[in-house]
Ligand binder design. Structure first.
Ligand code: B12
Ligand code: SF4
Length: 572
């Protein structure tokens, strides 16, 4: 380990147990009309994404467990209040990012009843999973009566042995009964389904069991077979290594696209290829299946939404529904319906203004601390094409800034910017930074984008910006000690961010806008930092010494920008 590197991790921060104390997030902090052009995880545009619960008591080995073990919920009334606010603005579609929204049965049922009692004609989406074995028929009936039109069920594996091995412990029979019930009684509900392929020690028979499980369900709309990706610092990494997978293969697999076969799989390439072909031809592309599911999908979604979904789901590129039908060998006449939902359905005109009216702004003071929050969890539109390429609203950053504004008021001038949406190139990011001139930068990303994250922070430094950089969110939480080897990152916030980030900002303000010293940092729960003195920051042509910035000439800056941009586009 380098003589310049020693991580100091402070005490773990206690989770917020009553989520209702958090303010309703101030969505006027982002340009919602820009998001209306894209679908998110839910497959619809013109929606509002919410988080209803935090924390999870389960122990799935592949999970990053960025939230605490205890499951915390927003009360039914608090959720209803937020939904009602947007419903009155004309929004009808609401998406939950939760993994296990239904774990607290009582509160979630109360929430559905509130929607029904108040006659809110909403559409609810649960694209990230409900725990399928915890449902029962009454619960399912109620959630669908309340407006649920999309549910994702995560089976992961149909093998009881593997269920045990990966710590998921799903009651497979109960799960099967519930998914079947939805398929049969509510064929118009869009069903997504998650299976993982390639667990350590998984046998070919076990993999086939999962495929057969899918094939037994008539019909699933979007069944996913994810190739197992083994992420560092997860229990899956330990499990894989205990079962003979080498560290080297794990590291090599990290940079593969989601459709490339990693060497960590316990199967040979032929089997994997046949498996994929079977899945496609014996299920996904079956004419009967498509003829059954497409009319429902077309009734619920616009053509543009459907095409964005199919393009994020399959590696190909469909311009319009006819392309998809051609691949499936289906004519328009064979479908019971000829048109998708009209393109302007669910559009709310003047949404930004309506949101602004609901969240009146306090003008920041002239000397307010400028806090820029960047979400780097989407490559630029010119970058590498990846599966699951959907545009999610940056609700993590909205939570941070809404809370900060609540406690600091006009002393904060905050801005949120998301890659591809608010800046779609390195030049765009540079412009944004030049205009806003932040005093502090906070960044969120997923481990999947880590190389890009480090390139971006390096560039920020090379542009001569030496304000504190605080990393938070999924990548920072799961890999805090690797992230801190990057001299450009000052501190990492782990897990839930509101209280920790706000305390850090407090200390920066108390220190006249400068980053606090190590003695102060050590008293802030929930962070990690490098406690060794760093070497001088090495930006191209730019060195920071004792806080004195040397300015680059304009020509040099443009030259560096050009070099870095060409370099980086190869990376992504
Ligand atoms: C929505 C979602 C997606 C969406 C959108 C992702 C995106 N662009 O952000 C989609 C479907 C695209 C997606 C994809 C994937 N996802 Co995902 N996803 C989620 C999910 C369900 C919700 C995220 C969310 O909005 N949370 C709610 C908000 C409020 O939380 P938050 O953003 O984390 O913010 C809080 C804190 O983290 C912190 N914080 C956040 N940012 C910052 C910044 C600063 C400066 C600070 C101080 C604090 C801070 O404070 C916030 C408030 O407390 C999470 C699980 C979860 N329940 O969080 C997984 C999760 C983020 N995904 C995960 C993974 C692994 C993936 C995939 C790689 C899946 C795969 N097949 O392997 C793919 C990535 C592929 C791709 N092309 O992007 C992991 C990430 C682990 C990691 N280390 O990166 C998670 C945590 C699931 C898990 N438990 O393992 N995902
Ligand atoms: S994958 Fe979902 S259910 Fe499993 S431990 Fe993670 S958050 Fe919990």
């Amino acid at each position: 380990m380098s003589e310049y590197f020693e991580v100091y991790k402070t005490h773990q921060r206690q989770p917020i147990t009553r989520l209702d104390i958090l303010p309703l997030i101030d969505r006027s902090l982002v340009d919602y009309e820009k998001y209306a052009r894209f679908i998110g995880q839910s497959l619809v545009k013109n929606c509002i994404t919410l988080q209803g619960t935090r924390g999870c008591p389960y122990k799935c080995a592949f999970c990053h467990k960025i939230w605490p073990k205890k499951h915390m919920v927003r009360s039914a009334e608090n959720l209803f209040e937020e939904i009602n606010l947007y419903y009155n603005m004309g929004i009808k579609r609401f998406v939950f990012v939760d993994d296990i929204f239904n774990l607290n049965v009582e509160n979630s049922m109360k929430f559905y009843r509130l929607l029904i009692k108040n006659r809110l004609e909403v559409q609810l989406f649960f694209p990230n999973g409900l725990r399928g074995d915890l449902l029962n028929r009454d619960y399912i009936d109620l959630m669908i009566e309340a407006g649920t039109i999309d549910i994702s069920f995560a089976l992961d594996t149909a093998s009881p042995r593997l269920q045990k091995l990966i710590g998921k412990q799903l009651n497979i029979e109960k799960f099967r009964e519930n998914v079947r019930y939805v398929c049969e009684k509510y064929p118009s509900v869009i069903l997504e389904f998650q299976v993982i392929y390639g667990f350590p020690t998984e046998t070919e028979e076990e993999a086939i069991m999962s495929l057969d499980f899918i094939k037994s369900l008539k019909w699933l709309d979007f069944p996913y077979i994810h190739l197992l990706k083994i992420f560092p610092h997860t229990d899956m990494e330990k499990l894989a290594m205990e079962n003979g997978v080498s560290k080297e293969d794990i590291e090599k697999s990290a940079n593969l696209a989601y459709d490339q076969l990693p060497d960590t799989l316990p199967f040979n390439k032929e089997f994997s290829y046949e498996y994929k072909v079977k899945f496609l031809y014996e299920y996904f592309l079956l004419k009967d299946r498509l003829l059954a599911v497409l009319p429902h999908q077309m009734r619920l979604f616009t053509e543009s939404e459907l095409m964005q979904k199919y393009n994020s789901y399959l590696p190909g590129k469909f311009e319009c529904l006819s392309d998809l039908l051609k691949v499936a060998g289906i004519t328009r006449d064979e479908l019971n319906t000829s048109r998708c939902l009209p393109g302007d359905s669910y559009v709310v005109h003047g949404l930004n203004e309506k949101i602004r009216n609901a969240f009146p702004q306090q003008e920041p003071q002239e000397d307010a601390l400028k806090v820029l929050l960047l979400d780097l969890s989407l490559f630029f539109s010119t970058g590498r094409k990846v599966l699951y390429d959907v545009v999610e609203q940056p609700i993590g950053l909205l939570y941070l800034l809404s809370y900060l504004k609540q406690v600091k008021g006009s002393k904060i001038n905050g801005k949120i910017a998301k890659s591809r949406i608010d800046f779609d190139s390195y030049e765009g990011l540079k412009q944004l930074l030049d205009q806003f001139k932040p005093d502090v930068i906070g960044i969120r990303t997923l481990s999947f984008f880590k190389h890009w994250f480090h390139q971006v922070v390096k560039m920020i430094r090379q542009w001569g910006i030496h304000v504190p950089i605080i990393a938070g969110g999924p990548y920072a939480t799961s890999e805090y000690s690797s992230i801190l080897q990057d001299v450009n990152v000052d501190v990492v916030v782990m897990g839930e961010g509101e209280m920790t980030f706000s305390e850090l900002i407090d200390k920066i303000m108390e220190n006249n806008g400068k980053f606090p010293g190590k003695t102060v940092l050590k008293k802030i729960d929930g962070i990690a930092f490098n406690q060794k003195e760093k070497p001088e920051r090495m930006g191209t042509g730019q060195i920071i010494k004792d806080g004195t910035k040397k300015k680059l000439s304009k020509e040099k800056e443009t030259e560096i920008l050009y070099l870095l941009t060409t370099d980086l586009e190869d990376e992504c």
